[in-house]
Design a protein around this ligand. Structure first.
Ligand code: HC1
Ligand code: SF4
Length: 566
């Protein structure tokens, strides 16, 4: 331990801690912009400058460690002048059209400018405006970039990708995509961008057009993780942000039907558990990998093409929902599928790419999923339509595609797909249900290798499973499998840290990582669910009885399986 004095107060601190960490621990606020704990501690923006006795120049608090006897001042006229000047320099190269920016209200640069009382920029303002290229799910507006390198570090360290880097030098230095083909579209760079320089393609208007078209039947599906985060940036006036209020809110947008992706997650489990049992029976070499995360699927295909051959062929719940909405449900309604417009609300950016995969058109009338909106886009839609969310009472999903089990709900949290699949696989093998929490050990941390691994006893064998989230962890896991250092029967990978609850399309609240809290919400919803096994979902059973036949039937293969975009 060392002793440090900050603004006249003496604190004990761990050796190796930074000035910023110690200050924040004791509620001494030091502003930051480029700082991302343990990911980007590079002192690039210079707004966290502090004065240290005995050192002539000001030092960045984020990447300077405390030493014994250090005396720090965080709020002197010199510190304030320097911070303001540095912020003004950043603003001079920034497109400051805040009112029309996607991050208006959640931008860290905007908040900091306000907080630091900066109302003018005395330097010559210079930025180049480029037209927005909206062909891709991920959009970059370079004139909003502040060269903080948070996207660069996140992409490299958390996702092991390296799509972004700093190019050119001196005053021309700027962030650019140096390996765009490697992009998994996970959106983690967006989630960690402090400004509007990175955002998802906005598809809200296209959805409103469909909603207001009297000849179009609009169907919303809502992903598991959305119910854990949908109201984070909304004021519900103290009411709990329950799934029921979420349904009511989405219904107010004007959809004809509000259904649940979790119904389709239960269908995914019927297929994937059956596939796993086949895989084990055949004694196939290597594990079967889950395939519901398009970020992971793209990563596997580009980085580990041999392992990608072992991806489950079961489509993701989003795509299964789309396929069933335009076939099974169109049949129930007795309408032409071309009249149906399916909108997904997802915590994800990569899902926009997945919906556009070739082959995701079960009826020949257009994509099974017509538009995919992030939780941020949902928030914007509710605001744009002036929905008074504080007045909403709870409402139920429509039926039958709104009936889901706890197993479907936990898809959104790391380990959830695995747990849901094992609950049903156990039943398919033994004819009996296990305790719904029999596989809870998947939730606990495993060996310090970046992924969790466990063995579960089935009647005739031990099933070796592994679970990873975050692509750097997935990368380590894949390398270990390829080198023969690890061996499993079934592996779940989600591209985003913590699973979809930490998805790149979730609300951005600077300084908070809410994925653990959101994960707990989904676990609680599962525990409180009447039904916790996908194979007991009455709506799923009816869908098989009336339409699909058995899992892996010819019709199921045709509608519910795919090579994921090849
Ligand atoms: Fe996900 Fe999935 S859990 S991939 O994270 O399998 O997006 O929430 O919808 O499709 O169900 C995302 C979440 C989501 C699919 C399901
Ligand atoms: Fe999308 Fe979920 Fe995969 Fe993240 S983990 S890329 S949110 S599907």
């Amino acid at each position: 331990m060392v002793e440090i004095t900050i603004d006249g107060n003496v604190y004990e601190a761990e050796e190796g801690a930074t000035i910023l960490e110690v200050a924040r621990e004791h509620r001494v606020d030091i502003p930051t912009l480029c700082y991302l704990r343990e990911i980007n501690e590079i002192g690039a923006c210079r707004v966290c400058l502090v004065e240290v006795e005995g050192i002539d120049h000001l030092v960045a608090a984020c990447n300077n460690e405390v030493t014994d006897g250090m005396v720090v001042y965080t709020d002197t006229p010199r510190v304030r002048r320097a911070r303001v000047a540095n912020l003004q320099l950043i603003l001079s190269r920034h497109d400051r059209r805040c009112p029309t920016c996607f991050r208006n209200g959640t931008c860290q640069l905007q908040a900091l400018t306000d907080r630091m009382g900066v109302h003018e920029v005395p330097y010559t303002t210079f930025f180049e405006t480029k037209p927005i290229d909206a062909r891709f799910p991920l959009v970059r507006e370079p004139e909003k970039c502040v060269n903080c390198l948070r996207c660069v570090s996140t992409c490299q360290k958390v996702q092991a990708l390296g799509v972004w880097d700093l190019v050119d030098s001196g005053s021309r230095a700027h962030v650019d995509a140096v390996a765009p083909d490697d992009c998994a579209f996970c959106g983690q760079c967006i989630a960690n961008c402090p400004t509007g320089a990175l955002h998802e393609r906005d598809d809200t208007e296209r959805v409103f057009d469909a909603i207001f078209d009297p000849d179009t039947i609009t169907i919303a599906q809502v992903a598991p993780a959305v119910r854990s985060s949908w109201a984070e940036l909304l004021d519900l006036g103290g009411k709990p942000p329950t799934p029921g209020r979420m349904v009511a809110a989405i219904r107010r947008l004007g959809f004809d039907y509000v259904f649940d992706t979790d119904f389709a997650a239960d269908v995914t489990i019927m297929e994937e558990a059956s596939e796993l049992i086949e895989h084990l029976k055949e004694g196939a070499e290597g594990p079967m990998f889950t395939s519901c995360c398009p970020g992971w699927v793209r990563f596997a295909k580009t980085r580990y093409p041999e392992l990608a051959k072992k991806l489950s062929t079961t489509k993701s719940p989003q795509q299964i929902f789309g396929a069933l909405a335009k076939t099974y449900y169109a049949e129930i309604l007795g309408v032409d599928p071309a009249k149906i417009f399916v909108v997904s609300y997802m915590p994800c950016v990569a899902k926009k790419m997945e919906a556009a995969y070739p082959g995701m058109d079960s009826t020949g009338t257009g994509p099974d999923v017509d538009a995919v909106l992030s939780v941020r886009e949902l928030t914007r839609q509710l605001r744009q339509r002036f929905v008074n969310v504080d007045l909403l009472e709870e409402e139920d999903f429509d039926r039958p595609l709104g009936v889901a089990t706890g197993a479907g709900h936990i898809f959104g949290v790391t380990g959830g797909v695995m747990e849901a699949a094992l609950r049903t696989a156990y039943n398919f093998v033994t004819g009996e249900n296990p305790d719904a929490d029999a596989f809870h050990e998947i939730r606990s941390e495993g060996p310090e290798r970046g992924w969790r691994e466990k063995g579960f006893q089935l009647p005739d064998r031990t099933l070796r499973i592994a679970v990873a989230s975050g692509l750097a962890n997935a990368d380590a896991l894949c390398r270990a499998i390829e080198r023969g250092e690890a061996s499993y029967d079934f592996v779940e990978v989600m591209a985003c840290p913590g699973g979809c609850v930490g998805g790149g399309g979730q609300p951005i609240i600077e300084g908070f990582n809410l994925s653990a809290d959101r994960g707990c919400t989904l676990r609680i919803i599962d525990e409180q669910s009447e039904l916790r096994f996908s194979h007991e979902n009455p709506a799923v059973k009816a869908c098989y009885d009336d339409f699909l036949g058995e899992p892996l039937s010819e019709r199921a293969e045709e509608l519910l399986h795919s090579d994921h975009g090849d």
